[in-house]
Each structure stands twice: as C-alpha cells, then as structure tokens.
Design a protein. Structure first.
Length: 294
C-alpha cells in the first residue's frame, strides 16, 4: 500500500496545484513537532459542479471556489486518527467577513488562517479536490461503502438512495451526500423533509463519513485501482505541506474516530459560531486549539 502510494505520488507530482502554507510562530512549531501529531485539512471545493440556472450560488467570482466540505483529521504519532467535520456556515473570527467556507474565495492560505483563528487548530497538510475530480476518483476506486440510516433524496443535490443499510455508492452519489442541504428521509412509510439546521448538520457529518469511506477504499485498493484513482483526481487536486506517501499510508490504515463540531446558531439565518462545546469536542478528539501564526 505504501509503495503504491509512493508510485502514485510520483505520477501526480507534476499535475497538482501546490499551496503555500501559513507560517506558525516558532514556539507553536516546536510544540507541534514534539507532539508527533499531524493535522490535515481536507476540503471539497464547489468548482467543477454543474449548477442549475436558478441556483443562487451558480456564479462564483473569477471562477474561484468555495468550500463545500471541510474536515479536520488528526493522525497521531501512535497511529490513532480522529476526524471532525466543520460546518461550512461557521463564521470566521479573524476579521474575514463571512463563513470559513467563503474564505477559500481568497485562497487556501486565507482559509487555513481562518480555521486557525476560528477553531484554534493549526493545519500541517492541506488537501483540496473539486467536485468533478472527487467523482472521478471515487468511481476509479469502484465506489465507496457507506451506511445509510434511511432512504434519502434531494433533487437539488442530485441525490437519490432508495434503500437503507450498508452499501457501495458511486462518486456522484457520494458527492450528493456531502452537498445535500434540503433532503428528505423515508421514515415509517413516508418521506419526511429534513429541517434547515438538521440538513446542515447532516451535511457536515457526511463529509467525514464519505472521507472515511474513501480512506477505507484506498486501503483496500490494488495498485492499478489506486493509480487510476489518484490520476483521475490529480488534475483537480491542490496540496499544501508536501506529498508524504508513508504518512498517507498510515492514515489509510487507521480507523477514523469521526465527530461533528457542534456550533451555536446566530439569529434566524444559517450562520453559526463556536462555543465551549465546540472547543471541547476538538480537544477530546486530540486536536490542539492554541494555533498561533506569525
């Protein structure tokens, strides 16, 4: 698996967009290095997704992307791994006007700075992929396995899952799961609409669950499937912090402890803010929350 990841890394090195990482202050760098933990920020960008003409988010300034999905993953020195999904409507606290998802419009470095100031978590590795690359990579892996509690549908996200239970889904369905906000669930013989707040919560949680499905599929993939998947997604991939095949191999073999970040609603809109419970979840998942940048 590690050798295959190394070969795949060599294949895609010239096809990816390299991202400049924010600079931590020297004291924080030393503390993080001594801990042996590595923190990833996995981002699903909304570029490469066809939208209906009626979609108010159809046009993006200068072709830039927002973050449709945001997942922090900690790979511990002891091989343990934890993931926390961040709500895309979480307001930035670093002076950036808007949510952390919108911060990507000004670049990955601004997004990571926003994550640092808002959650207190410093990022070591940045991995972003757009919608089309995400779909192609999952399809190249032969799909991913997910556990569906109730049948789901959401025409706006092109999502339709007719049966509950553990099942393998293709890339388009996986993308629908992480994008669905106004879905319906088939419960006790009837379709039930998911509320706005519950839809946002489920969307964030599905981001981590789908990521875990990808991780599991990568760990089980043969060399040919892995190479196809990495090649399929590489043109849509942005990386910061370098390529680390051995580290990625450890992450692919680790079992993710998945959690969602609770957040407090502000007013009647979608905006959310961090609270004491938010910080507690991050700390319990093993993340340091004292990020400090130069």
């Amino acid at each position: 698996m590690v050798l295959a990841l190394g070969a795949a890394a060599a294949v895609i090195a010239t096809r990816i967009d390299a991202v400049t990482m924010p600079q931590l202050d020297s004291e924080h760098q030393a503390q993080r290095k001594s801990s042996g933990d590595t923190v990833y920020l996995f981002v699903g960008a909304d570029s490469g997704i066809e939208r209906a003409a009626t979609d108010i988010q159809r046009d993006t300034p200068d072709g830039q992307a927002r973050a449709d999905a945001l997942v922090l993953v900690r790979l511990g020195a002891d091989g343990t791994a934890s993931a926390v999904s961040l709500p895309r409507d979480l307001l930035s606290t670093d002076g950036y006007f808007g949510s952390i998802a919108l911060a990507l419009l000004d670049g990955p470095d601004v997004l990571m700075e926003s994550v640092c100031s808002t959650t207190g978590v410093a990022v070591d590795r940045y991995v972003s992929i757009d919608g089309s690359g995400f779909v192609e990579a999952i399809d190249a892996l032969g799909g991913i396995e997910v556990d569906i509690e109730y049948p789901l549908r959401d025409p706006a996200a092109e999502l339709s899952i007719d049966t509950a239970g553990t099942q393998r889904v293709d890339g388009a369905t996986a993308l629908g799961l992480v994008r669905s906000r106004h879905g319906e669930q088939f419960v006790d013989g009837a379709w039930v609409s998911v509320s706005e707040s519950e839809g946002a919560r489920q969307r964030a949680l599905w981001s981590a669950r789908v990521l875990d499905g990808v991780r599991s599929a990568l760990s089980d993939a043969d060399v040919a499937s892995l190479t196809r998947a990495v090649w399929s997604g590489s043109a849509s991939l942005s990386l910061g912090g370098g390529l680390h095949p051995f580290e990625l191999g450890r992450l692919a073999r680790a079992e993710l402890d998945i959690r969602e970040l609770p957040a407090e609603k502000i007013g009647d809109g979608r905006a959310l803010q961090m609270n004491e419970q938010s910080a507690s979840v991050l700390t319990d998942a093993g993340f340091r929350t004292d990020c400090s940048l130069d």
